[in-house]
Design a protein around this ligand. Structure first.
Ligand SMILES: [Zn+2]
Ligand SMILES: [Zn+2]
Length: 177
């Protein structure tokens, strides 16, 4: 198991045992309550810059329903995911008027058949740019000690991204709600 996933699984299980609740459901509830770090929200997903972001424009997309994998989604949710992805990637590109580079990481339950009901599906984006022309290079404390330093405020970066979010409509979906 990769160490980052193992850490998330361990913390999710510990939180579940301690509180009886899901860690990501709790984080999502806090993000919605505060609202300042949310970039996009629709019926099935919320995209936000978490308060613990390591990259200035790091965005996490979390399913509102407590599910563990892409294959758990209903068709309605698959469409909502496509919409939120398109909206986020368009906002990224508009930010500096360039094709915004990023790593996109899907975090879902392992496929070894064990029960991971305490885990929660989400996608994380790590864009390396700080400005249109500046990359975030890792410094000594980051590379040498493993401590990330983010000198931006998630609330401000979320507002920047939010100002570039536009509606996406796909009338061919034919949904009635
Ligand atoms: Zn959950
Ligand atoms: Zn994750």
């Amino acid at each position: 198991m990769p160490p980052r996933i193992q850490k998330e699984l361990d913390e999710s299980r510990t939180h579940q045992e301690r509180t009886g609740r899901c860690l990501l459901c709790d984080i999502l509830a806090e993000e919605k309550l505060d609202g300042r770090r949310i970039v996009i929200e629709n019926r099935a997903f919320a995209a936000y810059i978490p308060f613990f972001a390591r990259w200035p424009y790091e965005v996490h997309i979390t399913a509102k329903r407590h599910v563990q994998a892409l294959t758990d989604f209903e068709e309605r949710e698959q469409r909502e995911l496509a919409v939120v992805l398109k909206q986020l990637l368009t906002a990224y590109d508009k930010l500096f008027n360039l094709s915004f580079p990023y790593m996109m990481v899907i975090h879902q339950r392992p496929t070894d058949g064990e029960d991971y009901g305490y885990y929660h599906f989400h996608i994380e984006f790590y864009p390396p740019l700080r400005t249109a022309t500046k990359l975030k290079y890792l410094a000594g404390s980051e590379t040498g000690a493993g401590m990330f330093i983010n000198d931006t405020l998630a609330e401000e970066k979320a507002a920047e991204l939010r100002s570039h979010v536009t509606e996406i409509s796909w009338p061919t979906f034919g949904e009635k709600d």
